[in-house]
Design a protein around this ligand. Structure first.
Ligand SMILES: Cc1cc2nc3c(=O)[nH]c(=O)nc-3n(C[C@H](O)[C@H](O)[C@H](O)COP(=O)(O)OP(=O)(O)OC[C@H]3O[C@@H](n4cnc5c(N)ncnc54)[C@H](O)[C@@H]3O)c2cc1C
Length: 288
């Protein structure tokens, strides 16, 4: 376990998380910023952004570079790992990644939204064959057959890891660049449609064929948010927040796309600011 107890853990390094981090650091709070992929891969794909005040006609990548540089100039602790679970405790939250455990006094969730439609069966079989983390759950599929559906190149490393354990690994890249894996993996270019089975996963149904598998790993930029923090109150698929960005769990705040529409950068950065100020107020009350 990491020894420092951070004031605030911020989960997600998109516009919302970076905005929260910047103001948190300016207010001299110790911040752990968790980002498991490239900082907002999603926004980096935007060819042209022209609706953010003061930054006309900018590429998504250029905008993110400016956001990141500004934020990093204030030296937050950046943890390049995926947050798998957050456990609320007595005034302290425990944050679990595949590699370590961290502690913070308040949490801001800024993980964005699942940008693709969930597969039929995905939610039903979660924990019974469906997983979002190879490092966490791979051991359960030793000598078995698994499929990895990935929307990002980071999935290639997950597939390589699974190949060390599993009998067969099928890799279904849902992005344009040709995958380059280190190990013997069956790459399939097809569209996954549904995950089926009886009690546990048995099949991955694709547009052109069916795969008999015991497990399906899905690698996206953002996972359904309720998996990270059970008990978090949702409004449909998004996190239910109050005007100060607090959630139903004391000490947990949320900002950006994960709180609902409009899915826009200005809303994300504004909510990031609001969430961190509310988190600071919350910490101040605790310290009295
Ligand atoms: C192609 C495209 C073009 C767009 N163009 C515009 C535009 O012109 N104008 C506009 O206003 N908006 C635009 N948007 C929308 C904009 O990108 C989003 O509204 C904005 O990025 C939301 O910011 P966010 O921080 O809430 O979430 P995201 O940008 O989605 O960031 C979330 C971050 O959290 C990380 N993360 C998720 N889960 C975890 C976890 N468990 N552990 C650690 N890290 C995690 C992700 O890797 C990601 O970096 C566009 C979107 C797309 C896809």
């Amino acid at each position: 376990m990491a020894s420092e107890i951070f004031d605030i853990a911020i989960i997600g390094g998109g516009p919302a998380g970076l905005s929260a981090t910047l103001t948190g650091r300016i207010r001299n709070k110790s911040i752990a910023l968790f980002e498991h992929m490239d900082f907002s891969k999603k926004l980096q794909q935007a060819h042209l952004v022209d609706n953010y005040l003061g930054m006309p006609q900018i590429t998504g990548q250029g905008m993110m570079q400016q956001f990141i540089a500004h934020c990093m100039a204030h030296n937050p602790t950046v943890i390049r790992e995926k947050v798998i679970n957050i456990f609320p405790g007595d005034n302290i939250f425990t944050i679990l990644t595949p590699g370590d455990t961290y502690e913070a006094r308040a949490v801001i969730i800024a993980t964005g939204v699942v940008a693709t439609t969930l597969f039929s069966g995905e939610k039903n079989f979660l924990g019974r064959g469906v997983s979002y983390c190879a490092t966490c759950d791979g051991m359960m599929y030793r000598d078995k057959d698994v499929a990895v559906i990935s929307y990002a190149e980071e999935g290639e490393e997950e597939a390589d890891f699974l190949r060390e354990l599993c009998r067969t690994v099928y890799y279904l890249p849902q992005y344009k660049k040709a995958p380059t894996m280190r190990s013997e993996i069956k790459v399939i270019h097809d569209k996954p449609k549904a995950i089926t089975g009886d009690v546990v996963v048995e099949n991955l149904v694709m547009a052109e064929e069916n795969l008999k598998v015991h497990g399906v790993f899905i690698i996206r930029q953002s996972d359904p948010v309720e998996n990270v923090l059970p008990g978090l109150e949702l409004d449909g698929e998004v996190i239910k927040v109050n005007r100060d960005m607090s959630t139903n769990i004391p000490g947990v705040f949320a900002a950006g796309d994960c709180t609902g529409k409009p899915w826009q950068i200005a809303k994300a950065t504004g909510e990031g600011l609001m969430a961190v100020l509310s988190a600071i107020t919350y910490l101040g009350k605790k310290d009295k």
